[in-house]
Ligand binder design. Structure first.
Ligand SMILES: *Cc1c(COP(=O)(O)O)cnc(C)c1O
Length: 432
């Protein structure tokens, strides 16, 4: 067992300062055993906690660190930018640089606006969709996460009601009734809803690669179907690419699948480990944002120069030829090894993957496309496996509903070593 003495002391202190001892809930380790590990430093694919334990990290700050921890080019660009101060609240050349880098390499965005988080990007873009279409309702899907804005903390209502109910206290029912929640991969549900009220729906928002509630890979033709439905009803197709953007391809799942959304949101990787989000669309749609248009949106620290610098450095690496192919190859190789071992031994366990994202599923289903297909009981197995993996020096996000991320720093050699340890962990779990 790894020692968590210092982490335990720090967590005790944190409990006196922050609700649940954390500043974002999943960090509290509530779905797995023990106190959360307090991380002292990271380098490449490794992290070290305050007790000196060293791990190979597959959480990668929940996705942003596609180059791994403390990447030299990112750190140097941040350090260089810092020499000139940290924030001006006035335009800087760095914003132009990052904006141009993205727009030049992304056919889906003609104009972009930088904000400071994924939540802020989605929230602002929903307002834009409503302002642009002059419609109030939105469709979202059960099993997709879009940050914690009020209109998106909504879950499916019971029975016949297609209107959502809030999934958090503090969200008025009057807000949540503007959000319609449908199951993923269910064409009938979409058709029925747009038939009834298509002319009231501003946008259909989806994670084109749903990766916040397991990895619920959708078929390409389902996404195409959504594109057609939107076109037929004057609804905007909103791809929330906060995870998938710059992850599965530079221009995200839209590029990966070759489907054109009307609005996109980005976060995570875009900021190179600093707080950046963004949303983008055509010139026409984006012209509705203030100061050009009547949809208001602003931010004191939006386009922060240090954060822009980190984004520029990271995305420049991502644009190098073969970057995404290499990410995907290494990940697939790693996953294939584990799956082969699991299958050979008849374990009820499979790793699902796309690009450099993977998800551990205690299932022998060939595909899992909706949240209803995830067995809640399987999270007990995840908890046991999590403890075994930690002991072997492998760190994942502390919840079985979360995905893992492979970075450029996870070399083929390291992934081979991890695969061996991982298979041993599965043996321990299933043979005990
Ligand atoms: C992480 C995430 C968000 C929220 O981003 P924050 O930066 O945590 O506010 C929104 N949408 C998706 C798809 C995400 O993965």
């Amino acid at each position: 067992m790894i020692t968590r003495q210092k982490s335990g002391q720090l967590f005790d202190k944190a409990l006196t300062l922050f609700p649940g001892g954390v500043n974002s809930p999943v960090r509290a380790f509530k779905s797995v055993d023990g106190v959360p590990l307090f991380i002292k430093k990271g380098d490449g694919c490794h992290i070290w906690d305050e007790d000196g334990n060293k791990f190979i990290d597959f959480c990668c700050s929940w996705g942003p660190l596609i180059l791994g921890h403390n990447a030299t080019s990112v750190r140097e660009k941040i350090e260089q930018t810092l020499q000139n101060g940290t924030s001006f609240g006035a335009p800087t050349a760095l914003e132009n640089e990052l904006g141009e880098l993205i727009i030049k390499n992304n056919p889906f965005v003609e104009k972009i606006r930088f904000v400071s988080s994924g939540t802020e990007a989605v929230m602002s873009a929903i307002r834009l969709a409503r302002g642009y279409t002059k419609r109030d309702k939105i469709i979202k899907f059960d099993g997709c996460y879009h940050g914690h804005a009020d209109s998106l903390l909504v879950k499916a209502g019971s029975g016949l009601a297609t209107l959502g109910t809030s999934s958090s206290a503090g969200v008025p029912e009057s807000f949540s009734k503007e959000t319609i929640v449908l199951p993923l991969n269910d064409r009938e549900a979409v058709l029925k809803t747009v038939k009834e009220m298509g002319d009231q729906i501003a946008c259909i928002i989806i994670e084109p690669i749903p990766a916040n509630n397991g990895l619920l890979l959708q078929k390409r033709d389902y996404l195409e179907f959504l594109r057609r439905v939107c076109d037929e009803h004057g609804i905007l197709l909103f791809f929330d690419e906060v995870i998938s953007g710059f992850r599965v391809a530079f221009a995200g799942a839209a590029e990966y699948y070759g489907i054109t959304p009307d609005i996109v949101s980005y976060g995570k990787i875009i900021g190179g480990g600093l707080p950046v989000g963004a949303y983008g669309a055509s010139n026409e749609i984006m012209s509705h944002i203030s100061p050009l248009g009547d949809v208001y949106q602003a931010g004191t620290l939006s386009g922060n120069p240090v954060a822009m610098a980190a984004g520029i450095a990271q995305l420049t690496e991502c644009l190098k030829p073969g970057f995404y192919e290499d990410q995907e190859d290494r990940t697939k190789n790693f996953v294939d090894k584990i799956n082969a071992h699991s299958k050979a031994n008849g374990y009820t366990f499979e790793v699902f993957t796309v690009g450099s994202i993977f998800w551990l599923a205690f299932s022998d289903a060939e595909v899992i496309r909706s949240s209803a297909e995830i067995r809640a009981e399987s999270m007990e197995d995840f908890k046991k496996l999590y403890a075994i993996l930690l002991d072997k020096g492998i760190y994942l996000g502390p919840s079985g509903y979360e995905v893992g991320f492979v970075s450029k720093a996870h070399t083929a050699e390291i992934l081979n070593e991890v695969a061996v340890k991982f298979c041993a962990a599965l043996d321990e779990l299933f043979q005990s």
